[in-house]
Design a protein around this ligand. Structure first.
Ligand SMILES: NC(=O)c1ccc[n+]([C@@H]2O[C@H](COP(=O)([O-])OP(=O)(O)OC[C@H]3O[C@@H](n4cnc5c(N)ncnc54)[C@H](O)[C@@H]3O)[C@@H](O)[C@H]2O)c1
Length: 251
């Protein structure tokens, strides 16, 4: 990929995997639009990316709101001239707990972010990319998009839906040169993992010790796979989900 000419949009970019991905693209010389809901943190991240020599801007958007997502994509095209790569990273684990205790509210909150948010992002990104005749999109799934987890049924359902959206979008984009893939991280050392393990260090280290690789992944390790999927090296790769999980789903 000639990243010096690549225009990249990342949703939910202010923390964790999104932030690491923004930094990795910036280091490769891409122009990066970082999006999120906290203006101060967003402007600070854009400044950090510019300090690395990248062209970068923060644009506010809540991925659950179509007007926000439409305006976000429009602004990227207006300011950067086109949209080459989109990373649909914004996501939430919602309220974890047994299925028998789940509520409609938690279902709606989790699916609105993870499923509707991904759908709206795909819709507006693909409209631009199909017109351009090129583009690469990477959605964030999870190992919870591949297998079940007790106590995380709604999150699991939402990430399975992200994989379905990825395949259908890939089929609609393939002939026009628009590729759509997903990455499915295993446990990654971010705030989300701490929330998943209830902020309990013993629970976290016990869980990590049970994994094939005996450790969590780093946000940078996920970012590198996203960069590969977005690059020309992956130009015949579409509609796939790459598990970056230290062997978890090989078990
Ligand atoms: N950390 C892990 O172990 C792990 C594992 C598998 C998959 N993932 C997925 O990776 C992605 C990134 O997660 P992370 O680990 O960096 O956690 P994170 O909580 O640090 O990042 C998620 C980001 O999305 C943002 N976000 C949430 N709802 C949003 C909305 N409605 N609009 C805009 N932004 C919104 C959050 O503010 C946050 O910045 C998520 O989709 C997550 O499901 C994470």
């Amino acid at each position: 990929m000639n990243t010096s000419k690549t225009v990249v949009l990342i949703t939910g970019a202010l923390t964790g995997i999104g932030r690491a991905t923004a930094l990795a693209f910036a280091r490769e010389g891409a122009a990066v639009a970082v999006s999120g809901r906290r203006d101060e943190a967003g402007h600070a991240l854009a400044a950090e990316l510019r300090a690395l020599g990248a062209r970068a801007e923060y644009l506010r958007a809540d991925v659950r709101v179509e007007a926000d997502v439409r305006a976000l994509v429009e602004q990227v095209v207006e300011r950067f001239g086109r949209l080459d790569v989109a990373v649909n990273n914004a996501g939430t684990e919602g309220q974890l707990g047994l299925l028998t205790e789940q509520s409609e509210d938690n279902y709606r909150a989790t699916f609105d972010t993870n499923v509707l948010g991904t759908l709206l992002s795909l819709k507006h990104e693909m409209r631009v990319m199909l017109k351009q005749g090129h583009g690469a999109i990477v959605n964030l799934s999870s190992i919870a998009g591949q297998v079940g987890f007790p106590g995380a049924s709604i999150y699991v359902g939402s990430k399975h839906a992200v994989e379905g959206l990825t395949k259908s979008a890939a089929l609609e984009g393939a002939a026009a040169g628009v590729r759509v893939n997903a990455v499915a991280p295993g446990p990654v050392q971010t705030e989300m993992l701490d929330r998943f393990t209830g902020g309990n260090e013993d629970a976290k280290s016990g869980f990590l010790a049970s994994l094939p690789a005996r450790r969590a992944g780093s946000p940078e390790e996920i970012a590198q796979t996203i960069l590969f999927l977005a690059s020309d090296k992956a130009r015949f790769l579409t509609g796939q989900c790459v598990n970056v999980d230290g062997g978890f789903t090989a078990q």
